[in-house]
Write a protein that binds this ligand. Structure first.
Ligand code: 5GP
Length: 216
């Protein structure tokens, strides 16, 4: 599926609790859609083995990060799990000017700040299919110790409690279907087709039952 570059580019904010599968979903989306890119955040977090500086994140020192904050180089920045993360203004405006849709992978705090500054931005929240599955996914990663996993489980519930601030909800139960759903949202917004532009029903029975399970 391709996206025509003649239409206006949009800024999408995508949030999800750790373990909801956001990174894999967006990776698939990037390979399936042209003219859509994720923005690369700055972070003071330590680089993980599989990550590449300048591709996954711009890994910077706390000192450098604070300098950038002073220079007002970020649309938003936040402390998440004891590390700083920020979204650079320069990289986003450059991509949008080129007609490329930009996806920001940020948490609810960042999403709020972006909404305030860029009213035309659109937001998508990705939910895991159940609390049990989320727990399994967090444990199954094997890259963090149990204290971190427990902390992330608690943070996940906190993150998910903000689902109602988002324009779209996507449940990552079936990977292929979830990818298709996000594609429909992105392409629909770009093409401004009335049918696809409809916001998804947030309070459908399926969503309501799942949210009860996730947030209990
Ligand atoms: P991780 O360290 O696991 O890659 O990401 C931890 C959290 O930081 C995730 O919830 C992710 O969405 C969030 N995050 C990543 N980049 C940014 C950013 O630029 N701004 C904000 N506010 N959060 C971010």
């Amino acid at each position: 599926m391709t996206v025509s570059s003649s239409n206006k580019a949009n800024l999408f904010v995508v949030s999800a609790p750790s373990g909801a599968g956001k990174t894999s979903l967006l990776k698939q989306l990037m390979s399936d859609l042209s003219n859509v890119q994720t923005s690369i955040s700055h972070t003071t977090r330590k680089r993980r083995d599989a990550e590449v500086d300048g591709v996954d994140y711009h890994f910077v020192s706390v000192e450098k990060f604070k300098e950038l904050v002073e220079e007002e180089a970020f649309y938003e920045h936040a402390e998440v799990f004891g590390n700083y993360y920020g979204t650079s203004k320069a990289s986003i405006s450059e991509q949008l000017t080129k007609g490329i849709d930009v996806i920001l992978e940020i948490d609810w705090q960042g999403a709020r700040q972006i909404r305030k500054q860029i009213s035309s931005s659109l937001s998508i929240f990705i939910l895991p299919p159940s609390k049990q599955e989320l727990e399994k996914r967090l444990t199954g990663r094997g890259q963090d110790d149990s204290e971190i996993i427990q902390g992330r489980m608690n943070s996940a519930i906190d993150e998910m409690s903000h689902y109602n601030e988002y324009d779209y909800l996507v449940i990552n139960d079936n990977f292929a279907l979830a990818v298709d759903e996000i594609k429909t949202i992105i392409v629909g917004e770009r093409q401004k087709s009335p049918a696809e532009q409809q916001k998804l029903e947030k309070q459908s029975e399926k969503h309501a039952q799942l949210l009860c399970n996730l947030l209990e």
